[in-house]
Design a protein around this ligand. Structure first.
Ligand code: UD1
Length: 359
């Protein structure tokens, strides 16, 4: 069975790497081809992950780069078509919910190639988020729906998916964390940055709703105030850096804003943080797995399981709530948090089993 996996952005690399490894471990059954759309292209947003995760280099690089959403989606489609025509795989695998995910899935189905969606069935029910559109549409056209969240099957069936196409396999992003745990622990990033174990707040923010508009200035001011109480370490996404440059924001004592960092360094910091403040989807999951209090600066989450069972709390899109952080972290620590079922490091193996059965 020939399988083309298409990735494009930072979180996709961690979701796909374990699946690539599990497929490559069975060379008699599978031939794998990896395509990188180039949606993320800076070395710190892309190359470092291929090196650390041991998945690179990709067999095809489409170099689509940045653009408006329609431009980016269209560019992936135009450039992927000849690759899929030449490779003629039996299946195209796409992870997550970014523009590259939907674009690749659309090209595949239009060429009559079946699609498997890793991380199917997540819903924020907020259609102003581009990711929600990408999720809904990718799930509609995929014929293998790999889920990692208990409520996903319900969402998929409500959208008309055949239950026989839905497979609860677990979380491949957590597979990566489990596989690299020893290297994450050896990384020692907390000490390297002069921080103390359990004595700082890690921050990541990159969603347009927060960083492309006036809320960013308010968040940075709140982070500056928080940094008076506890050190704040903030590796900033390029989109966020641009926003801060525009505003001339940052520079408060105790608030350290740095360039994007690699996977091992980030997970090493997350493991040693008192808490993480984020608007990322994947980090809500990683924090739940690690038992680190997570404060999510969004009105909604497509990952409610991390709130119901885990260490995640939704603050709303309300920067002023950053001031409550120390008290909220205490509240989360008092919870009996659990790790959702099948977030155990073996999800990719279950995907391979489904593929073998299908063949
Ligand atoms: C994308 C995804 C988002 C995901 C995020 C993970 C979509 C709609 N959005 O958002 O769901 O959570 O990736 O990081 O697909 N840029 C660089 N260098 C890079 C990449 C981006 O400088 O390597 C800058 C460019 O100014 C670009 C901006 O960041 O215009 C946004 O990049 P883009 O890929 O369009 O969206 P993200 O915000 O990264």
């Amino acid at each position: 069975m020939k399988i083309v996996s298409v990735v494009g952005t930072r979180p996709n690399f961690m979701k796909t790497a374990p699946v690539q490894a599990a497929l490559a471990a069975r060379p008699d059954d599978f031939e794998t081809v990896l395509v990188h759309t180039g949606q993320h292209y800076d070395a710190a947003m892309s190359d470092i992950f291929f090196e650390e995760l041991g998945i690179g280099p990709p067999d095809h690089m489409l170099d689509v780069g940045s653009g408006t959403h329609p431009q980016q989606t269209a560019r992936v489609m135009e450039r992927l078509e000849p690759v899929l025509e030449a490779e003629r795989p039996d299946l195209v695998l796409v992870p997550g919910d970014v523009n590259s995910t939907l674009a690749a899935a659309l090209v595949a189905v239009k060429l009559d190639i079946p699609v498997g969606h890793i991380e199917a069935g997540l819903r924020s029910f907020d259609r102003t988020m581009p990711e929600e559109i990408n999720r809904v549409l990718t799930d509609q056209i995929a014929e293998l729906l790999f889920t990692h969240s208990p409520e996903a099957a319900r969402h998929l069936e409500a959208g008309g998916s055949d239950p026989a196409t839905i497979h609860y396999v677990g979380n491949t992003m957590i597979d990566t964390l489990v596989a690299l745990r020893a290297r994450i622990e050896a990384e020692g990033a907390v000490a390297k940055h002069g921080l103390e174990e359990g004595g700082f707040v890690l921050v990541t923010l990159h969603r347009p709703a927060l960083v492309d508009g006036p809320l960013l200035e308010e968040v940075v001011a709140q982070l500056g105030a928080l940094a008076q109480k506890i050190p704040v370490f903030f590796p900033a996404h390029p989109r966020t850096q641009k926003g801060m440059e525009r505003l001339g924001a940052g520079g408060e004592p105790g608030l350290e804003i740095v360039d994007p960092i690699g996977y091992l360094e980030f997970l090493s910091l997350l493991s040693g943080a008192a808490a993480v403040l984020t608007d990322s989807g994947g980090i809500q999951e990683e924090a739940t797995f690690l038992g680190i209090p997570c404060l999510t600066l969004r009105d909604n989450t497509e990952r409610p399981v991390t709130v119901e069972m885990g260490t995640n709390m939704l603050l709303g899109l309300r920067p002023e709530r950053v001031a409550e952080l120390p008290a909220l972290v205490e509240e989360i620590r008092g919870r009996q948090a659990k790790v959702p079922p099948l977030w155990d490091g073996a999800a990719a193996g279950r995907i391979v089993e489904v593929l073998l059965e299908r063949r």
